[in-house]
Write a protein that binds this ligand. Structure first.
Ligand code: GN1
Ligand code: MG
Length: 365
């Protein structure tokens, strides 16, 4: 089996124009959608080979093109930096040939290849406020660097990705089809979701009325999508699969969702799940250090609600997938999506203990 996999991955890797030699692979299992492999080669750099899930991403060529556009844009803006620094700050994609950025295996499965940034680390949970601060700086820098990118060039890889009404529609449909057993297990969370429904639409309403401007956003800013060096300095924002037009709150909120959770997003023991306010303050400081001048008053005021809303939307999506019998996210055991959802709702309860203080931090002087 392993031998077959090795041969298969070697064949796919060799379809790309990398000019090096495949030596072995390791599977990286942190993502919930795509399959990701570290490809070891005879000489560094190593590479990251990814199978993009085309059941979820309907336009994979468009998705890979988005990623390449964004990297090229950032590289161009940072072209004053020495090459060895620049290579560690932005992703580099390897094409198949000059006309093709991805490899289509047997007319069905899409792959893309990028250079692995050596000596880098990712965190599933944050243990140090320096990491939170650095994460904030790096996301702020990413949003600044992409702020003048022409969003019309981007394919909307998953329409309505963070649209609350759309996620509620999917949830309502899932409830209609769910088994009575799963409905029963989800019972108290269904009630919580409906109680929060109006508040959780506030950001969407502000976006639709034009009070919050559209920007190029990353849309999957969990902390495991940020690379750090050994000295805990932020290097590079990765997983640009979902870069699309959005609002700043999506990225700020989703980052806080993971940075300020004292446990992993699928920790079963809810006593371990708390909202870390110290990390919130550190992240906010880093983020505003980069972004303060580019945010309007409304954007700033609603950063705390962004945190609550993005934790909520992930809880809602995990619970929806649980009610749908786990058709979207990869799961490792039967109740995995329910565990993830419970975890997110516990995090909201804990966040609410410091919510007023969070709002005070962004009040105008
Ligand atoms: C998914 O596949 P991954 O881990 O990069 C999901 C995100 C969620 C995340 C939760 C396309 O991201 O929206 O925040 O799981 N991506 C998609 O960990 O749905
Ligand atoms: Mg992702």
């Amino acid at each position: 089996m392993v031998g077959n996999k090795t041969n298969e991955l070697k064949g796919i890797f060799d379809a790309f124009d990398h000019g090096t030699q495949f030596m072995g692979f390791k599977e990286l299992t942190s993502g919930h959608i795509n399959d990701t492999y570290l490809i070891e080669t005879s000489q560094k750099p190593y590479y990251i080979l990814q199978r993009i899930n085309h059941n979820i991403f309907k336009d994979v060529p468009g998705l890979v093109q988005n990623k390449v556009y964004v990297s090229e844009h950032i590289k161009n803006k940072l072209r004053h930096l020495p090459a060895n620094i620049l290579q560690r700050k932005v992703l580099t994609f390897i094409p198949v040939n000059e006309n093709k950025l991805y490899y289509l295996q047997q007319n069905e499965t899409y792959w893309n290849l990028m250079v692995f940034i050596d000596d880098s680390l990712t965190y599933e949970t944050v243990k140090d406020k320096e990491i939170a601060y650095e994460g904030g700086l790096l996301l702020g820098e990413f949003l600044n660097l992409t702020s003048d990118f022409d969003a019309a060039k981007l394919t909307e890889v998953i329409p309505k990705f963070h649209d609350m009404s759309y996620r509620f529609e999917q949830f309502d449909q899932a409830m209609k089809k769910a088994s009575s057993d799963r409905l029963k297990q989800a019972d108290i969370y269904i009630k919580k979701i409906n109680d929060l429904k109006d508040e959780m639409h506030i950001l969407q309403n502000l976006k639709e009325s034009g009070q919050i401007p559209l920007r190029v956003t990353h849309n999957d800013t969990k902390i495991s999508n940020t690379l750090f060096d050994k000295n805990q300095k932020g290097l590079c924002i990765i997983d640009t699969d979902t870069v699309m037009p959005g609002i700043v709150h999506y990225d700020f909120g989703d980052a806080i969702r993971t940075i300020c959770n004292t446990a992993a997003e699928d920790e079963k023991n809810l006593d371990k799940v708390h909202f870390n306010f110290t990390f919130y303050k550190a992240y906010l400081k880093g983020f505003l250090g980069e972004m303060e001048d580019s945010l309007n008053e409304i954007e700033l005021k609603y950063l705390p609600l962004a945190a609550k809303t993005m934790i909520f939307i992930m809880g809602l999506r995990f619970l929806t997938d649980y009610l749908n019998n786990d058709i979207y996210y990869k799961t490792a055991y039967t109740d995995h999506n329910l565990v993830r959802a419970k975890n997110q709702f516990k995090l909201i309860d804990s966040l609410m203990e410091v919510y007023d203080e969070m709002c005070d931090l962004v009040k105008p002087n």
